[in-house]
Write a protein that binds this ligand. Structure first.
Ligand code: GLY
Length: 255
């Protein structure tokens, strides 16, 4: 069960966020509204939500998931691979928020890079995507830290997607939502795989929070498959975050 969530309100500079999509620029007012709805959905799951202030200097800073990995034993501050995001980890309010919840806070050091959107937690094990944003050095540092706390990690090499959780979502109870390059990856053969159709690939970025699964709006096949598994589904529109390669998981730290 998760007790706590940290989010950051989008800044108006969100229009300058990094993107590989050609969906136009996010509309700020709409992004703010969608973010409020996201926080409301999280609140329904019973977690306590810490809401941090927007930071104009960092267009992607609402994607707080990338700046820290929050485990049951420690928090690990990352070192984002995207240069414009590297200073997000120095934001004092995030450090302060993590400090309220964690006695042990570790840090990824140069030349390692890690964005925690590349990390999927399955119990005490953490799958770490080696990607354009997370390098092998960073992944190995992360594994060493996890092992220090009795946790474990392993590396998955990404071919196409931005982050590991762009194409995977662990829904607990051995249920794994899988899309694209991960569908036939032997690494995930042991899971009960819920396959996301290609035309709903973005819908793979769902989040399990307690008895609920948050699902992005507009992905009916994904939603139906999750409902059929018996989960309570909360649908949240993330269209403005999708325009800059963001989704449900990137918008929060859950622990
Ligand atoms: N725009 C989200 C990211 O690229 O990190």
């Amino acid at each position: 069960m998760f007790k706590n969530v940290i989010v950051r309100v989008p800044a108006s500079s969100i229009s300058e966020g990094i993107t590989s999509a050609s969906l136009g620029k996010p509309i700020y007012e709409k992004a703010l509204m969608q973010h409020e709805n996201y926080v409301s959905a999280l609140t329904k799951t019973g977690v306590e939500v810490t809401v941090l202030e927007p930071k104009e200097a960092f267009p992607d800073s609402c994607f707080v998931e990338d700046v820290a990995l929050c485990t049951s034993k420690c928090a690990i501050i990352t070192r984002p691979g995207a240069e414009t995001r590297q200073k997000e980890v120095q934001l004092a309010d995030m450090k302060e928020a993590l400090g309220k919840f964690y006695e042990h806070i570790e840090q990824i050091e140069a030349p390692g890079t890690v964005e925690a959107g590349d990390i999927m937690m399955v119990g005490d094990h953490f799958y770490i995507g080696e990607s354009a944003r997370t390098n092998k050095e960073g992944a190995n540092q992360m594994i060493a830290i996890l092992e220090k706390y009795g946790l474990s990690g392993s590396i998955v090499t990404l071919e196409k997607v931005l982050h590991l959780k762009t194409g995977l979502a662990y829904l607990e109870n051995n249920n794994l939502l899988v899309a694209g390059e991960f569908i036939d990856d032997p690494e995930f053969a042991k899971f009960n795989k819920i396959v996301v159709p290609e035309d709903e690939a973005y819908g793979a970025n769902c989040i399990w929070v307690n008895d609920y699964v948050l699902v992005p709006e507009g992905y009916p096949t994904v939603q139906k498959k999750i409902e059929e598994l018996g989960y309570k589904v909360l649908v949240v529109d993330t269209s403005e975050f999708r325009k800059i390669d963001g989704g449900l998981s990137c918008l929060s730290l859950r622990f």
